[in-house]
Design a protein around this ligand. Structure first.
Ligand code: DHB
Ligand code: MG
Length: 631
């Protein structure tokens, strides 16, 4: 299977697009006419440059308003086509996309259109070129791939074939299974795009909101399965019109595209064995059973302050690294590392981000499978020089330079803590009942959210929950939760996209870069016992005002004594059909990070979204107090 992407999908000038597309691993590009009309080089030169990047020109597009015109306009349309054929020959591209007409004077009629394409086929064939016909979802007479196919069938010319585009089919809710009855050799080209389900005008939706397969809500997998089942063997190409992508980083968008295509093709192969046989084998999405460790990069006084925070939360230092300035802190199954090295990766992270979580360790079903899948999806492996005592823990670069390590039950990896760390003698003491990491919350720009959710869901067996809006008094924060399937164990991540730097999330982000972990939620089996154990220690609960509890009493039928206890301990509450949720927040530390303590009862699977505005308002009050001049 050849992979391709339309130049419209990527930001930048033609040169930047080509570099990003080639580096991401694509075989070819669809050249959008606009991209090369605005370039100052000749078509021949541009064609050569594209090939110098190792890319093939899979398609030249779009040619508009060709078929079904009255006689006076018809011959002009043929003249126009001949000019574009000249350009294609110069460029070195043998396939053109003709999209269904939206011309006000287009007359319609399947046989009229078929006759036009038959004649066009003869002209194209005379030059060794081919033409594919695509039904635009908003085409005047043809807006359904089944009608486009009928025209192609009746045109009955070997140089005329069909072009399928998942957006046009799926946006109109046309059953993609209807593609299975089209002969694969009559399909000349296939374009893929996903999109979020939004009820709006088709043209506007298509030109602004398309996204990569897997990033939206359309069943691009079913569409592509149907295409592949026809025996189609041409390129699979991404054609993504998206406002954010147009302003994004070319390399990131191209990498996301490649990741989404590989992920999709792998899905198809798993769902319908026999399809996509030429995709290199790769392990299935990896299951994650939990967070093995979270590593802070810190230094000197800041590290001391961080240790105070951890002690306040009932963590103890249980070990020190045998060769690095790295302390191991533990409670229940939770492990934090504080790295004060001044030379390794953590040092770089510290220099860029200040005290921050620089490395996430996950417990997976197989670390080697995780690496194999991640690299097949285009991720880079991460390594740095190891000292003789160090276990070589498999790791990759996440997005934005972040690092993820993977542990599993295999011998070497299971003994990493004993082998690399001296024991401080003390087993964890002074614990307050924290058991495991419930979730990790990353803050990022709104634009980066799709990249991150694709990154996690293509690598791990994780699902997306619907996006929720969190209102901050100074702007909206969108929150997307991802979680492994099944029960509470596993991995939960929330991605919080800030649109403005004035929100609490945005302010945190502006002080850091990339997609920093802003808070970690730690689970307890008894939040009241934990909260009481924390009283009088060096743990400052985020103060929640009485109004919140008055509102809670109105919204839920809560036991009076329980409500009083929650109020006293600053515990927040939520409930859904499956169960209950209790939350307790720390005050911010280290430049805006915070810890959340949670107890899930029953099958509650959310994150307390209704409480987020109260949490944000409370944090803002503290920020205001902190920012006030001292009298
Ligand atoms: O929006 C358009 O005009 C347009 C053009 C070419 C395509 O292949 C397409 O899917 C849409
Ligand atoms: Mg298209």
């Amino acid at each position: 299977m050849k992979t391709s992407i339309a130049t419209v999908s990527i930001s930048g000038n033609l040169q930047e697009k080509l570099e990003a597309i080639a580096a991401a691993g694509f075989d070819g590009i669809e050249i959008f006419e606009q991209d090369f009309l605005t370039d100052d080089r000749s078509p021949a030169e541009i064609g050569r440059i594209i090939r110098d990047h190792g890319l093939e020109i899979t398609l030249f597009q779009p040619f508009r308003d060709f078929e079904g015109l009255p006689a006076s306009l018809r011959s002009k349309a043929f003249d126009r086509a001949e000019r574009k054929f000249d350009v294609m020959q110069e460029l070195g591209c043998d396939l053109a996309l003709f999209c269904s007409s939206v011309h006000p004077e287009a007359l319609g009629g399947i046989d009229r259109a078929a006759a036009d394409f038959n004649e066009l086929g003869a002209r194209a064939a005379a030059r060794g070129l081919r033409v594919g016909y695509e039904a635009l979802a908003w085409g005047k007479h043809v807006n359904d791939h089944r009608d486009a196919w009928e025209i192609v069938r009746r045109a009955d010319h070997p140089a005329i074939g069909l072009i399928l585009d998942s957006f046009h089919t799926l946006s109109r809710r046309i059953d993609p299974e209807t593609i299975r009855r089209i002969p694969g050799d009559r399909i000349f080209f296939v374009q893929l795009a996903d999109a979020p389900l939004i009820d709006m005008d088709l043209l506007y939706w298509s030109r602004h909101f398309r996204n990569m397969p897997g990033e939206g809500d359309l069943d691009v997998t079913a569409f592509t399965r149907a295409v592949m089942a026809t025996g189609y063997s041409g390129p699979i190409s991404l054609e993504i019109f998206n406002d954010q992508f147009r302003g994004g980083r070319p390399a990131t968008i191209a990498q996301d595209g490649y990741r989404s295509l590989v992920n999709l093709t792998d899905d198809i192969r798993r769902k319908e064995p026999g399809l996509a046989p030429d995709l290199a084998p790769m392990p299935a999405r990896v299951s994650v059973s939990g967070t093995a460790f979270l590593e802070f990069a810190s230094r000197a006084d800041e590290a001391e302050a961080l240790r105070d925070v951890l002690r306040g939360l009932g963590f103890s230092r249980v070990g020190r690294h045998r060769s690095k300035d790295l302390g191991l802190w533990r409670q229940g199954d939770i492990r934090f590392l504080i790295n004060e090295e001044d030379r390794d990766f953590a040092a770089t992270a510290y220099n860029v981000h200040g005290t921050s979580i620089c490395d996430i360790g996950l417990t997976v079903s197989s670390a080697s499978d995780t690496i194999a899948r991640a690299t097949a999806l285009g991720a880079d492996m991460f390594d740095q020089p190891l000292s003789p005592v160090q276990v070589d823990i498999p790791a990759i670069r996440g997005l934005g330079g972040s690092v993820l390590h993977f542990l599993d039950g295999s011998q070497d990896l299971a003994q990493v803590w004993d082998q690399e760390f001296t024991s401080d003698g003390a087993e964890a003491q002074d614990e307050v009942g924290l058991t495991r990491v419930d979730h990790i919350a990353q803050t990022m720009t709104y634009d980066a959210m799709l990249s991150w959710s694709l990154f996690y869901t293509s690598l791990f067996a994780m699902e997306k929950a619907p996006m929720v809006d969190v209102t901050d008094p100074d702007g909206l924060v969108r929150s997307q939760a991802l979680s492994t399937q099944g029960d509470a164990e596993g991995l939960r991540i929330t991605l919080n996209g800030a649109e403005t730097h004035r929100t609490v999330a945005g302010a945190f982000l502006s002080e850091s870069f990339g997609a920093p972990v802003q808070h970690v939620a730690l689970a307890t089996d008894d939040i009241f016992a934990t909260a009481e154990a924390l009283v009088g220690r060096n743990f400052g609960a985020l103060p929640i005002p009485p109004n919140y509890y008055a509102d809670l009493a109105a919204r839920f039928d809560l036991d009076e004594t329980q409500l009083e206890r929650m109020k006293k301990l600053n515990i927040l509450y939520d409930r859904d059909g499956a169960g209950e949720f209790f939350q307790l927040y720390s005050r911010p530390f280290a430049g805006g990070m915070f810890v959340e303590i949670v107890e899930r009862r029953g099958g509650y699977s959310g994150y307390g979204a209704p409480n987020a505005p109260f949490r944000i308002a409370a944090q803002r009050r503290l920020m205001r107090v902190k920012g006030m001049p001292r009298g």
